[in-house]
Structures are given as C-alpha cells and as structure tokens.
Design a protein around this ligand. Sequence first.
Ligand code: FES
Length: 655
Amino acid sequence: MNGAGSAVFHDDKVLFSMKLCKVKFFPNERSISVRVGSTLLKAASMAGVHINASCGGAGTCGKCRAIIQEGSYRTESSIHLPEEDREKGYVLSCLTVVEGDCKVEIPKEARRGEGAQVATGIPGMELLKIGEREIRPRTKKVHLKISPPTIDDSISDWARLRRDLNSAGYGELTITCGLSVLRKMGRVLRESHWDVTVTLLWSSVELEVMDIEPGDVTQSRYGLAIDVGTTTVVAYLVHLNTGEVLDVESDLNAQIRCGEDVISRIVYATEIGTVEEVHDLVIETVSGLIKRLTRRNGIRAEDIDSVVAAGNTTMTHLLYGLDPRTIREEPYIPTVNLFPVIKAREIGIHSNPNASIYAVPGTASYVGGDITAGVLASEIYKSDALTIFIDIGTNGELVLGNSEWLVAASCSAGPAFEGGGVKFGMRACRGAIEGVRIDRETLEPECHVIGNAPPEGICGSGMIDVLAEMYMAGVIDPKGNFVPDLKTDRVRPGETGLEYVLVRKEETEIGRDIVLSASDIDNIIRTKGAIYAGFRTLLGEMGLTFREVERFIIAGGFGNYIDIEKAIILGLLPDLPEERFHFIGNSSIIGAYLVLLSKEMRLEAEEIARRMTYIELSVSRSFMDEYMSALFLPHTDMSAFPTVSEIMQQKRGSD
Ligand code: FES
C-alpha cells in the first residue's frame, strides 16, 4: 500500500487523524513524512531539499521540475512543462500532490545554484577602509581579577563586579545585566577564583554585561557582518579586536522556495504560508553559515557576540519576524526603518544568545538597509562629485547625490538579472554563461562559462551580453522581436514563441538546449527599461541630466562582471565614457562590516538613512513615460546613445 495510516491520540481519545506518507528525495536521499495531499514543493521544503521555485509555487515559472521515480501522486499539466518532458516523467513540484509514499528525483537544473559560492567581495579592501578609523565595536571583552568577598567586604557578587568595572573606567553609564548572566555569575566567579572576562555591550544609555566567562578570553571576540540578500545571504566572520575578516561564507537564502522577489515573499508570508515560516527560513540560512564559519575556524558560536545585518526592508522585516504586508500595500509603509537592537536569542540566531543584533537602518519600504550600507561603503555622502549609486540586485535601487543631498528610489526592476523570470536564468556561479559573442555572419554563438564548466544556465552578465549580441548581429530588432527569415537553425519555434538556441543539449550539463525565448527577451528588456527609466526620472526630479553625473557606482555581485559597452548597447546604462563607471561589488556587506566595527559608522549609517529623500517611482507619471521609452534597444531616443548609433551605422555600412 502506498501511504501509511496514522492517528494522533491524546488522553485515549482520537483528536484528529490524518494520513501520512513518506517522500524520499534523490540524489541527496533525504526523507520526510508529510500529509497525503501535500505538494511535492512543500515536502521538499520540509525536508530541507532545495528546489528552484521562482514564482513561489504559483505554477508559472516552470523551474520546480522533478521526476517521480515511484509512488502515488496527482499532478496538473502546465504550459510551462513541455509535452516532451511530461512524457519523460517530469512534473512541476508545485502542481503535484503526493497520495502515497514516493521516491522523487530532483534534476540538476531544478537544484541550480544550490549551496553555490558567490562573489563576496575582497576582505582586504574593507580592512584598508576601516584602518583609517578607530575600531570601536559595540561590544568589548574586559578581563577582571576581582577580590573575593570577606566578612568585612560582603557586598553581593553583582555589586562587586560593578565596583570593579567602575574602577576599570566603565562607570560613565549605568551598568546592567540580564537574568541569564546573573544565573551563572556566582558559579563562574567562584570556579574561576574570581578571575573572569566579561563581555560588555554599549547602548546609548547603558552598559550591559552580556556574558561572563572564566579566565582571560579577551582574544575570543568575534562578530558577524551579514548581507541578507533576497537571493543570497553572505556572512563575514570578523575578529573584533583587529577588524580582520577571518572568513567568508555564502548560501542561497532558503526563502527562495517562497518566491524569488520581495513581493512573492510578502505574498507567501501573508497569504500562502506564515511570517514565522519565512522568518525561520532566513534564520536557518544564517545559522547554517555560522555553523560552517565557526567549524572551519575552530571557534565556538558563543564567542560571536555582535551581529550586524544589512538587507532590503522586506528582508530585514522577515529577519526580525515582522509582518511585511504593508510594504506592498499603498501607501507602502514599513513597520520600522530604524530597527531596534535585539538579542540573538529573540530571533533564534545561533551565536551567543545575548549577542546584539543590529540591522542597518533603511529609508523606506523599497530603499532599505542594504542601500544605506552601500552609500556608507561607497562614501558618496562625503564627496562633492555628483554620483549615481545603483545596486542591481533583485529590485534595482538608485541613489543620486553628493555630500549635500541624497535622493533615492527603487525601480522595481525584477529579478531577471539574478535569474528570475528567465527560463534558463541563474545566479553568477559555476556553470553560468557569463559572456557571449555571436558571429555576425553565421549567427553561431560562442559562450564563456563560469568555471569553464558545461553550461547550466545564463546569469545576469550573460543576459546582457547575449541580448546586445543578438541585437548587433541582427537576430532581434530594436523592439526585441526576432528578425524573420534568418539563415540559421539557431532560431526556431519554441513552447512560447520563437527562441534562440544558445547551447545545444549535447554540450550542456543539464541535457537540455539552453535557449533565450521571446518572453525571456521581453523580461530582460523590461528590467533594463525600468533601471534606465529610474536613472532618468531621478535626474529629472532634480533638474539634472546624465552629463552632470561625474560617477556611476555599480554595486551588487552582478556588478562585478558586467560588460559596460554591452550594457550601453542594451540601453541599461547611459552612453557615457567608460571611466565614469566604477564597480564596488557587494557594498551591502562592506557597509555592514564597517558598522560592525565602528560605533561612529553606525551613527553615520543612521544619519544617511535619515538624510536620503525617498521618491516613489511607482506613482510617478514621468517614470511610466520614461519606462515606455526605454523598452527599446537601446532606447527610442537614439540621440541619447550616440556611440550605439555610430556602431549600428558602421554595421549597416558593412552589411
Ligand atoms: S512553476 Fe512551480 S514553483 Fe514556479
């Protein structure tokens, strides 16, 4: 029989009954018992098995493919799963419910990016930047040799400890401590013969003794800087005495199974699942990173006493377990922008339970702490040069300004450049096509793949390349439509219209042709159009043009690899001299790192968040007009792209 009957008993009465069945996933051989009627996607999530689920289980992305090797199930057909694949046994996990025990294979493409390393920045660089400032984190370890009590000196342990801290120069603020420290204080003091190290945590009004340990352990002081990205979470393990970045670890945000962009996460947390469920997933990701970092570096998780996280407003709400629903409802108001300092134990982060957790503050629902951190790291708020800062992540946030003023906006670009909404889209990791060149005569592509591995998909920079190349080679027209009657079998009818075959299945890792379809092209053009329209609208609001912008700072893992010329041909970036563009990698984590190490930086971050004036583009008429004009390659206004016009004229001349 498939599926085992089961019942839950209490006080000899059946409270309710349900049928459970066992689902075993391959290749990682994880099993889970779930209720009959659960979707495969839900079962995988409960088993901790990663499946790409860009649409969060809505049945529209076609990425959650699985093969049921044996067992009883029910599945729905979908236009996102071709007939040919259905015949081979593929199902979509979100449209398949288990009705009995099942063995399920998750194919490689549905696991794409799982556990992969991503670009994480260069620790040495950040150390140089902090090197100019005093390292003054919020926490400090102080070694004390306390005189034991006597009949003549009979004050309590806590009063004795406070007295010694006062004499060591820490008496300027009220000294407090929590119950968990009090509970162990007497024992630790006596077992250590009154030779202890206390961990102190500063707030603006008090000094808290957050831990007490035997002996001199002042060297065991660690902190974490975390970039809580919608797609990827990156953590730096930092020695708080020296500021040295000891190690870096990253992983996919486990929430990705609830959807790839912030809106699908909010919908999942508030309508499909629960806020707690989505909160637990990010905590699971962060705890996994801590486990790996501490194990690899031979330190105890309890020695991490300070954590600074930077993320967009939705990610930070979910990290704190706050309901994010109002972020997507007009007038788009978050619960909080300046997040309170909390304890690790309050949200379940696997560190010292009393460790302070601080989230870099944001400005608005769609300009969060990751952008504040980026502005802090790039120092545009200190420079006289008019600068545009852009973080091309899942959302596409922009900041324009200088030392006197800052305006910010989010252009809802969507996750295309991070792999979402593009059939073979993936993050920039091993197996991703990151560069493409198309022969102008034969229309044959030549692909460069990260890690020189057989390709599995296309990452953001690959998308920019392939689209610019298709345009330059005459495969698509300025509207992104396929040019008819091309002499190549690379362009063919696909499931949803014409498509260009980038790599044939024999050469791929996934055994399927990697293609760029008409709807993928449409998605990429919409994404680039939203970003470019964001630039123009923000400049227009301030009565400025691109000509006056002295620097473009491009942040985000994606920004490490982007080909400027191709991005200009596409109309993603303005047609300006290449030397005005600068890449700074993952500025969110660099900013979090600076805040972790310096109270002064924390205050500056708070000042930046307060100073940035947020402009809501979604209700701006001029943004919509700019957006419509930007849905062409490179743009409807070719006079804004003289270099591209020249290239196209040369091409026409040589044709
Ligand atoms: S189609 Fe299943 S998660 Fe998108």
